[in-house]
Design a protein around this ligand. Sequence first.
Ligand SMILES: *Cc1c(COP(=O)(O)O)cnc(C)c1O
Length: 365
Amino acid sequence: MKYPIVRPFLPKNSTYHQFIDEIFERNWLTNNGPCLQELEAKLKAELDVEHLMLVSNGTLALHVAYAALGISGTVLTTPFSFAATASSLLFQGITPEFIDIDLHSYNLDIEKASDEQLDRASAIVAVHVFGNPCDHQRLQAKAQKHNLKIVYDAAHAFGAKLDGKALLSYGDAATVSLHATKMFHTVEGGAIIFKHKADLEKAKKLINFGFNEKQIPDCIGTNAKLSEVHAAMGLAVYEHLPTILEKRARLHGCYTEALGQHLQLQVWHEQSSPNGAYFPVIFKSEDELLFVSAKLTEQGIQSRRYFYPSLSEIPEYGMQGFTPIANEISRKVLCLPMYFDLTPEGITEISQVVIDALTSYRSGM
Ligand SMILES: *Cc1c(COP(=O)(O)O)cnc(C)c1O
């Protein structure tokens, strides 16, 4: 494959091993170790947030956030997301009620929720899709009126800003994935940012079996700790963070310039700019998408139908909600290769294959 869809960022092997050597000397491998503490401190400073904790992945970050905030019953959420957004709810016995998305931002459109739905729910779980900020003001107004918690699945939002503040600082809780393929990573990992200190403290117990200071469980917990080896990768990658963020935003710009005239692109929040987490394009039809993605594959370019299908069309997820826009966008969206090692020249090449395939499809060949 000449251009894979994603490629993890690797720091210098020697940088990583310096951290690993220190871990071997200490023989402190997990349970709130020094590497984890250092990475938490760095991320708090970087994001300008107070109540941040690292966990073992972005899915458990969601589980723990729901439990810490006492979310139960019914939750209003988006069907246009990765499986984990809904499965984490269902796994905990919470019912996702799918609310349709906005045609342009691809984010949950809370105006589409009825008062009855808003009154029935205990929380809104929204996703900053592909790093594009949700309409936070509008969500917050609804949440206040109907007494709902807001959790942002901010798995894609590392590096994104809204009104000059880290997007991860919005909501009662925001969760991020630090998986190898995401913007910033610890191989496997995740983080939760809480608005309130009490929720953070609850969550810190939840990720460690529910143990209190006397090592006795006083709530039902799980194990969602991040190991020192993972935190070490985070510290090594962290040294490259400004370069990663700058490069990905630039690559996003290259794609936009090359393809903006040819395909429908995601419309970005006015108070924000793309972080370069993904590059999705929308075709005029599913047939057109399948034609172009086959041409890309022929040329050694991987693409991915992300997110497809809409979560509201998966029987195991309950099929609750009327979401024609999400269903439609899911059928017509394709993500193109996006990763740190990609170059502007690579993007020109990929875009040209897309444009040529579109031209031949649209001329009926
Ligand atoms: C990647 C992702 C997750 C899950 O994160 P993991 O770290 O892989 O568990 C959750 N939600 C969204 C939207 C994601 O893209």
